[in-house]
Design a protein around this ligand. Structure first.
Ligand code: UT7
Length: 326
């Protein structure tokens, strides 16, 4: 079977930082609570001109540069996002237009915090079946679009950002195993209350307009996140025929440092083997793993020959994992 691997990685983070101390002035919270309960110290907030597609385009350009691949080679663009600029056109089509990838098919994938893994797994199949040769996989979120800045249960957790990779054929290694799953029955544990769009005429007449905002039952999600991420790692290792002791680095979704520690404990893997950058960015939904992988590679935490595991969990609920021989 055709081997498919990551040829280059890129990321883009908005410059504006919102620290825990800034949040102390906005809601009834404290730096101490946020750090000790989540591990987050600060997060990035997109500027007015940085829409989700702008974040995606910048991450995509960085990944193309890193892979040293010219844009005319790209024949597929898949973007994992739950915060697109608008319902259509897709973020992938906006990226295609901006970078001039004229040969590419382009579409978005909606899998919340597992969006990067779902996009990666999807694009890999297209290359393996021969429908595409070289793909751009992007995860971009302007998740603060959905934040109610008066709700301390959620507003301290999230941030904006984007990460990307170029995916293509490799001679050895690459993505050696994939595992994705969903638990739709638990969809009410985290969701976005949408803007009033079902009866736009009445809303226009009344002159009131409700902004979308995220609702989350954190405690319940916490337990399911730990169990499903640990299960996903075990399932994907079985597929890859690897033992947990053979993993060099795990790049998990960054929702909460305590979730990451609990997953490490459950798997019997030392925490040092897990890449964590939640302190700098908070939870960037689909973009969290894409940015963390970029930073793990650039800081040489992930090196050639390493067995790397990506593992995600998010609203839906959806989870997944991949094994990559770097
Ligand atoms: O991205 C994937 C999906 N998301 C997740 O997987 C998130 C999973 N859940 C979590 O990470 C954690 O449950 C949270 C970080 C969201 C919350 O941490 P927790 O330890 O589960 O806290 P809690 O919800 O049980 O709240 C404990 C207390 C409550 O006060 P009382 O009722 O004990 O008086 C909350 O009102 O902490 C209070 N609290 C806060 N206090 C200060 C909640 N948010 C804050 C806050 N600052 N920002």
């Amino acid at each position: 079977m055709t081997k498919v691997g990551i040829l280059g990685v890129g990321a883009y983070l908005p410059a504006r930082k919102l620290t825990n101390l800034d949040l102390e002035k906005m809601v009834d919270t404290s730096d101490e609570w946020i750090r000790s309960r989540t591990g987050i110290v600060e997060r990035r907030i997109a500027s007015e001109s940085e829409s989700t597609s702008v974040l995606a385009i910048k991450a995509a350009q960085a990944a193309l540069k890193d892979a040293k691949i010219s844009v005319d080679k790209i024949d597929l663009i898949v973007v994992g996002t739950i915060s697109p600029d608008s319902n259509f056109p897709s973020m992938a089509c906006k990226v295609q237009r901006a970078i001039g990838a004229k040969k590419a098919a382009a579409f978005d994938v909606s899998a919340a915090c597992s969006g990067y893994l779902y996009a990666l797994t999807t694009a890999k199949q297209y290359i393996q079946t021969g429908l595409a040769k070289c793909a751009l996989v992007i995860a971009a979120e302007r998740i603060t679009n959905f934040i109610n800045w008066k709700d301390r249960n959620t507003c301290v957790l999230f941030g904006d950002g984007a990460g990307a990779c170029v995916l293509g054929k490799v001679k050895s290694g690459g993505i050696t195993a994939d595992f994705i799953q969903a638990f739709g029955d638990h969809g009410d544990l985290m969701y976005v209350v949408p803007a009033e769009t079902r009866r736009p005429l009445e809303v226009e007449k009344s002159g009131t307009y409700q902004l979308p905002y995220v609702v989350m039952q954190g405690k319940e999600l916490f337990k399911i996140a730990v169990n499903s991420m640990a299960d996903a790692v075990e399932a994907v290792l079985k597929k890859a025929k690897l033992k947990s002791s053979q993993i060099d680095c795990i790049v998990p979704h960054q929702a909460n440092d305590r979730i990451i520690s609990a997953v490490a404990y459950k798997l019997g893997i030392p925490k040092e083997k897990i890449f964590v950058n939640i302190d700098k960015y908070g939870n960037m939904s689909a973009a969290s793993i894409a940015v963390a992988l970029y930073e793990a590679v650039k800081s040489k935490r992930v090196k050639k020959g390493d067995n790397v595991v990506l593992v995600a969990f998010g609203a839906g609920l959806v989870s997944g994992a991949n094994v990559i021989k770097w």
